[in-house]
Design a protein around this ligand. Structure first.
Ligand SMILES: Cc1cc2nc3c(=O)[nH]c(=O)nc-3n(C[C@H](O)[C@H](O)[C@H](O)COP(=O)(O)O)c2cc1C
Length: 151
């Protein structure tokens, strides 16, 4: 089960790493549970054509503003947006998950919402910062259900 993500300060990376560990544990108990294969996109990542379905996890970094009538300028995470926009990649995207911080009010996870609109894919879930274990479990199960639907 493929996940493409970007992480500037490490929260999303931590979430994906812990979800990967959970997927291995679940898979060991029951092979119906898929192991997560993740790919972290970096500033210098070369875009590549995806050949299998994937989920995207994106943290939120916006320049100033309030998310209502200004300040929705994405910064730092554009490499992931460009990666998804590359060739037919968006067609393989099964959905997007947002990472953010509720202190940002209306801008909470706004980048994930914008990806959902731009690429016409569902916004499947969101979590704050590194996410807690219960969110990791719930979101993993949600992704598994979507993954199986797409098979
Ligand atoms: C400069 C800056 C701007 C941010 N802007 C937002 C924002 O507009 N909305 C939001 O929900 N979170 C915002 N955040 C919080 C991050 O999205 C959050 O910490 C996220 O977990 C970071 O993920 P990463 O560590 O994987 O990069 C901002 C954080 C920083 C440092």
């Amino acid at each position: 089960m493929n996940i493409l993500y970007i992480s500037i300060s490490g929260n999303t990376r931590s979430f994906v790493t812990r979800m990967h560990a959970l997927s291995e544990q679940k898979h060991a108990e029951n092979t119906d549970f898929p192991i997560i294969q993740s790919k972290e996109i970096h500033d210098n990542s070369l875009e590549a054509a995806m050949t299998e379905p994937f989920f995207a996890i994106v943290p939120t970094y916006l320049e100033g503003g309030n998310g209502v009538d200004n300040g929705d300028q994405e910064i730092l995470t554009e490499t992931l947006r460009e990666y998804i926009a590359f060739e037919n990649n968006a067609n393989y995207c099964l959905g997007v998950i947002g990472s953010g911080n509720k202190n940002f009010g209306h801008q909470y996870c706004l980048t994930a919402k914008q990806y959902s609109e731009q690429f016409d894919v569902p916004l499947l879930a969101d979590f704050e910062l590194r996410g807690n274990n219960s969110e990791i479990e719930t979101i993993y199960e949600q992704l598994v259900a979507e993954w199986k639907k797409a098979q």
